[in-house]
Design a protein around this ligand. Sequence first.
Ligand code: GLC
Length: 465
Amino acid sequence: MIAIASETIEQQANRLLEKSIIYYQQKPVGTVAAADSEREALNYDQCFIRDFIPAALVFLIQGKTDIVDNFLLETVGLQKKKRRVDCYEPPTGLMPASFKVESSENGQYLHADFGDKAIGRVTPIDSCLWWIILLRVYTKATGDRELAHSDNFQEALAFILEICLGPQFEMTPTLLVPDGACMIDRPMGLSGHPLEIQSLFYIALRAAREMLVRNTEGEVLIDKINNRLGSLVYHLRDYYWLDLKKLNQIHRYQSEQFGESVVNKFNIYPESIPYWLTEWMPDRGGYLAGNLGPGKMDFRFFSLGNLVSIMGSLTTEEQSLDILKLIEQRWSDLIGQMPMKLCYPAISGLEWRIVTGCDPKNTPWSYHNGGSWPVLLWTMMAACQKMGREDLGDRAMAIAELRLAQDDWAEYYDGKNGRLIGKSSRKFQTWTVAGWLLAKLLRENPHCLDWVCFEADTEAIACNI
Ligand code: GLC
């Protein structure tokens, strides 16, 4: 693409975002994932729910509410569509990973993918969580509570909450999911209770509580939400948190402890602390671990889950500041030449073979396995603004601006410091464009921050043990 010489980066971003809009029956309903004419489209010509979030926020800040309204209405309709994997019918509460406009002799229709067509048949659990979060953003931005309060939308919320809060074979308040159920939609060792899902679950529950009509059914759901939020926040703040003090505790943990009041509840073996972490953990700062299950802690740093936790006040004020301190102290690893790392560090060798199933796209320091994703800029900026660390957000933006337009808004970057454009990265990736634009708009319109952030919760039933 040849940019008109006088076009600023911002003008270019706005033009590309406009060009990415998908129309259905002459109405804007979403945006394509990427508009790269040099690569096979696969499903990148579809509107992904998760990819649309930063674009939706940009549109709302710019007062273009129609497209978000249409998107919400159409996806509510899709939620009820039948979906099938062979003879199995997954539950109604799921929202599709993506959808596409198709044509037949009867006119246009929307075709949704619930993971029944996606590579690896991954379940898009984050879609329904992002959907609730977007509904709250829309309501806050427009002041229109009617849409969320309509029967159709209350039913959609209830469907989602039914799967999330329903009975499960679990002893923890976290949401149990299969691998690849979120932005990292390929095998990367995320099955169980990955942080990204837990942080989205937390803010989706808080958003749902604000959106539910307080009638008899609504009150029942709100009670359930308040119970779950209290135990969820306790569990994550306590058991997922890692800093030098905690690392010292784990290093000296006794294992095989039986009974109710033991210290090492999840039977984490000190030997499982990876070598890199003992050097990498700064004296000041900390973060939430990537995953936790019986006898197993994933010590990797996942950016999205940590930043969303700050935005949603899932972490305490002190923990939130500590996460940003860690990013500051490990700047070259996490921000490097392109903000920012999806996860750190990469897995390699035998571990890569076992965990990814030898995925050639997720080789060390590429794609989901330690690649850098500019879309994360908006969450970085929002978290920084919330905690009064705009200086860090500005530094990250200054780095990104040097290359994003020049590299045709690449999907992701490779290499330890994010210097190389991703091996299979697409150009003109919509959420790269929208992520950068949104970070810029949030910085200029701090009053919009509260559409995506939450103050500390005072309603949940506190977990007192
Ligand atoms: C890749 C990403 C996924 C994204 C999709 C469309 O599959 O892993 O998170 O939604 O591309 O951009």
